[in-house]
Design a protein around this ligand. Sequence first.
Ligand code: MN
Length: 705
Amino acid sequence: MNTISKETRLTLAYIFIAFLFSVAVRMIWAYQFGDVEAFKFNGQFMINTNDGYYYAEGARDIFSKIHQANDLSPIDNATSILTAFFAKILPLSFETIIFYMPIFLSSLIVVPVILIAKSIDNLEMGFIAALLASIANSYYNRTMIGYYDTDMLNIVLPMFLLWSIIWAIKTNENKYLLITALDILLYRWWYAQSYSLEFSFFGLILLFTLVYERKNLYNYKLLAIMMFAMINLDLFIRFPLVLAAFFFFKEERFQKYVYPILAISVVAFFATGGFDPIWHQLKGYVFKDAVSVADTGLKLHFFSVMQTVREAGQIPFSTFADRISGHVLTFILSTLGFVYLAYRHKIMLFALPMIGLGFLASVGGLRFTIYAVPVLAFGVAFLITELSQKIPNAKLRYLSMAAFTLAILYPNIEHVNSYKVPTVFNADEVKVLDKLKTKLDREDYIISWWDYGYPLRYYSDVKTLIDGGKHGGESNFPVSFMLSNPQQISAKMARLDVEYTEKTFKLAEESKDKNLTIFTNIEQMTKDYGFKDTNDFLASLSTDIHLPEKTHDIYFYLPYRMLDIYPTVTAFSYINLMNGEKQAAPFFFISRGFSETQNAIELGSGISLSKKESSIKIGNKSVPVKRFVKTSYDTNMELQKSVQMLDYNGYLNVIYMADYKTFLVIDDKTYNSLYIQLTVLEEYDKTLFEKVIATPHAKVYKLKV
Ligand code: MN
């Protein structure tokens, strides 16, 4: 019988323990929220990342084999495919699989971490680094239980790549050529933006070869096979290419062809446009465009989402350090430790691309920090093992290692304990969406703000206009316009935008090879109705215009929680599309923490409502109130309201939503908007809308035109 070496057994034991540790820490959330029914649907927890519903929709459609053209369901997506595969082979519910998948896949990070440490004969370092890397703040945040997103393998796969590159360079064994190339294929399949890391690794190996091992033929084989894995062709072409290269390189008699093959691979890489995404990215860092202006036709100016994102600004050092190592001190020790580690074991310098991408966080945003987590974890783990080496007594040595390890883990576990992320939806909201699934057809459209796009498609299996991936200024404009305009105008825009969206799908299909310019819906409408100025077209919506023929039913999903983002929603249509001028934001004030005094109700932020006079005080200014509205639910959960007209010349309206303990102070335009009228007041035009579902959490209306 083959006996497994003691080292292998120890490696497996470390991997097993670190994996269990990573899973166990991620279970803390489930333990904390075990009895919170509001977080559950069908007896299982719901996920806590909005984008997850995108992959879940694709997985559901692959699993059930039901999918229609242009429903935007990602049935070719790797995450969706893997999820559907798990759903097929595991005796677990779909909800259970998507909820628990992140914790098992992301915990695989411990495998390459320990294997990399094994390559420099320091298993203890690998074990300590694995414990830290698996739960350090930013890695935890993006791979926690229910965080169903590509992140669950986005660090695991490049760490395996790093592992195989290190072994390839160290041993020059043929099998690592194949493993490296296969890992690139897998990583690219999983995550399309993987090229930046792949290319950095490639560049580093090239540099290393030119400087230190110019005569080592093996390195050129490695570079060539990596290049074949990275060319911009379908996976089904790259895979056989990689296999062919591997069998060629293995043969002694073909060694003289290595250089020509490398040359071919490089030419193929550039010729297929493999370098294009890298070039685009580099260009993106140099020229940051702030306004999104269409470059053809009317040159409309849309509100750009990036404006709000970029305003986030610089990340303070302590946040950056906490995200990577859990504590500023650990981060500093990790950095110093990594420098020392790389000095003692030069091979570890191949990890630099991961650190580089992690440090890009200072310009590219916090989400990049996770790339530096596992590599810097090696740094502090190396310091701990080196320090312990100095202790002569074996018992004391292990005791000190354990103590230091607990010390670096502690702040991270503290973070896990306090990071109480809620699920995206609550149970009552999902009940509404679930009900819609049985009532609506797959081809029906539900209009709502983009935050609800993916979840609506997942739970109700319908079509949407905007979602977590489609929310540029040009797509958001019509929806923002509908939600913030009077019903008579919004209804027309709803019919127009849905029909034009469908028309655009067909046009895109027809013009695939012809390279036609496809205009935004709003621009095409403007032209079709004979206008040259979009503002004139929008103004014409209040007149009796001829609407396109109805091909799809349209519903509005209007959740109560959208109240909090109403001003953001309006920003996308409170803009003059012709010149980009922003209109003054609506007067919109929401108060949930109010208190009553003898003469007034203090709403906060220096705003108070006088009890005696029908006026509202904003700072020192007293403004007459036009309407005072009070809403509440009766015992049948039917909305009741009383509207008091106080001053026709008033400009502000006050709505007291008694059962929500919420005050709204809003201007006339907001008061008359579709969102406020249909959601807060259930005051709908019966010739245009039909009430489908009305709960305190969400209202759903069907469009009749
Ligand atoms: Mn569908």
